[in-house]
Design a protein around this ligand. Structure first.
Ligand code: IMJ
Length: 256
């Protein structure tokens, strides 16, 4: 392709491994000429992310556990020390307790509700606050969401409610940051077999249903989610903010 992100620095949070949507996004950003900064969750993950960062020619890796205010403060400081403006932030992380994804939503305890919302929704607000001061001449902030925010997807449960909160946060952040020319959007990806889908009951059935019934009659390829992210990150997306962009083979339009 071309050099749609030449001269831009992008921060990417949420790479777990090569199958992560965030990794596909990092690859597409690198292809388009962006300089990458990747975060990792704790020392246990550092080595793996450093290795992936090498392959992508990333300029830095930084620790960031989004549940820790100290980590977010340090992230802001480290980004400042890079000495270059930040143009793009990709927030691609979520967590709920496994038990809360396996029994009726009705049974969700307060602690599980809090955890899912803290990691999966509040973190976008915290990341936006830490990174916006570095987007000196505007920028693009994006997050990943899923259809379970507005429709009932069996077992998605408290994650669906947290994604609804995340999508509402996208709109309020877009309003707050618009005057600084910072755009905020979400990409709603179709189901993809990533570490986030591991152990999800009947996940293969879900993939089969999408392949049979979506308008494109196939599943979502991480590379097409990544190309949509390039669009939102680039100047081509300059008029788009506060949106949820579905990259899901069209599944979202179906009633049955
Ligand atoms: C997750 C659960 C149930 C149904 C699901 C998913 N479907 C899809 C996902 C249909 C596509 C994956 N997804 C979109 C997520 O947002 C997953 C979030 C997630 C996954 C786990 C698994 C391991 C764990 N906690 C998790 N927290 C969040 O312990």
């Amino acid at each position: 392709m071309s050099n749609l992100l030449e001269g831009k620095t992008a921060l990417i949070l949420g790479i777990a491994n090569k199958w992560s949507l965030a990794y596909a996004i990092a690859q597409a950003f690198a292809r388009e000429g962006a300089s990458l900064v990747l975060t990792y969750l704790g020392e246990r993950q550092k080595e793996a992310i450093d290795q992936l960062a090498d392959g992508l020619n990333a300029i830095r890796t930084l620790p960031c556990d989004v549940t820790r205010d100290e980590d977010l403060d340090n992230l802001g400081k480290s980004l400042h020390e890079l000495g270059r403006p930040l143009g793009v932030v990709v927030h691609s992380l979520a967590f709920a307790n496994r038990e809360d994804l396996g029994r009726p939503y009705l049974e969700t305890p307060r602690s599980g509700f809090h955890l899912a919302h803290d990691v999966s929704a509040y973190s976008l607000v915290a990341v936006a606050r830490a990174s916006a001061p570095l987007m000196k001449s505007g920028g693009s902030l994006m997050t990943l969401t899923y259809l379970g925010s507005t429709r009932v997807v069996p077992n998605y449960n408290v994650m669906g409610v947290a994604k609804a909160s995340l999508e509402a946060s996208v709109r309020y952040l877009a309003y707050d940051l618009g005057p600084r020319n910072i755009r905020v959007n979400a990409i709603s990806a179709g189901p993809v077999k990533t570490v986030s889908a591991r152990g999800v009951k009947d996940f293969s059935t879900i993939l089969d249903v999408v392949a049979q019934h979506s308008p494109l009659r196939r599943n979502t390829d991480p590379a097409e989610v990544a190309d949509a992210a390039v669009f939102l990150a680039s100047d081509l997306g300059r008029g788009v903010t506060g949106n949820v962009l579905f990259v899901d083979a069209g599944m979202q339009i179906m009633g049955l």
